[in-house]
Design a protein around this ligand. Structure first.
Ligand SMILES: [Zn+2]
Length: 182
């Protein structure tokens, strides 16, 4: 493994432990040349999974892309990267069990939403709005009502959700006006 600092390949492992719930081994390595430390992960080579998108086309499953999508929804929310990675782990575990090695993007989205709903309601609504591509503020309301049905939302989050709704209604009005002008 090439040292990211000096490019030499001689290094020694200073620490080794399992991570990602036993599905990876994390190693801290120390470069014999420059003494810098870096981390490597060893994982089982995964079967290529393909994702069927809403338009019917396919793309290879991309863990980093999924994590980025969740991170965007969790911007400025009390959700850690570790929690986000755990969501991705859970999604992947399910994918790996699929016989065909093929999964619909909708299914991935739903799995993420199920996890986010319990973790952070604001992140949930944000993610849902992107993933289900809400066209109508009513759909937002529906998602939020659904949260209410699950034991209610907390007041601080509710403020934000109302803000999101107001924003969304304003945008919907703008879109309508833009259509009329055309
Ligand atoms: Zn080095």
């Amino acid at each position: 493994m090439r040292c990211p600092y000096c490019g030499q390949t001689k290094n020694r492992v200073v620490d080794s432990r399992t991570s990602r719930e036993g599905r990876a081994v994390r190693r801290r390595r120390e470069c014999r040349e420059c003494g810098q430390r870096f981390t490597t992960y060893e994982v089982i080579e995964e079967r290529a999974l393909s994702v069927k998108k809403r338009d019917g086309s396919y793309e290879p499953y991309d863990r980093n892309k999924l994590i980025r999508g969740i991170q965007v929804a969790c911007t400025k929310r009390p959700v850690t990267l570790k929690q986000i990675e755990e969501i991705a782990d859970a999604v992947e575990e399910n994918l790996e069990r699929s016989e065909s090695g093929e999964v619909e993007s909708r299914e991935i989205g739903e799995r993420v939403m199920n996890r986010l709903r319990d973790l952070d309601q604001v992140a949930f609504v944000r993610f849902a709005s992107v993933y289900t591509n809400f066209q109508d503020p009513e759909e937002y309301l529906e998602a939020i009502r659904e949260l209410g049905g699950r034991g209610g939302y907390d007041a601080a989050q509710l403020d934000f959700l109302e803000f999101v709704l107001a924003e969304e209604e304003r945008r919907a009005k703008d879109r309508k006006q833009a259509r009329r002008r055309r």
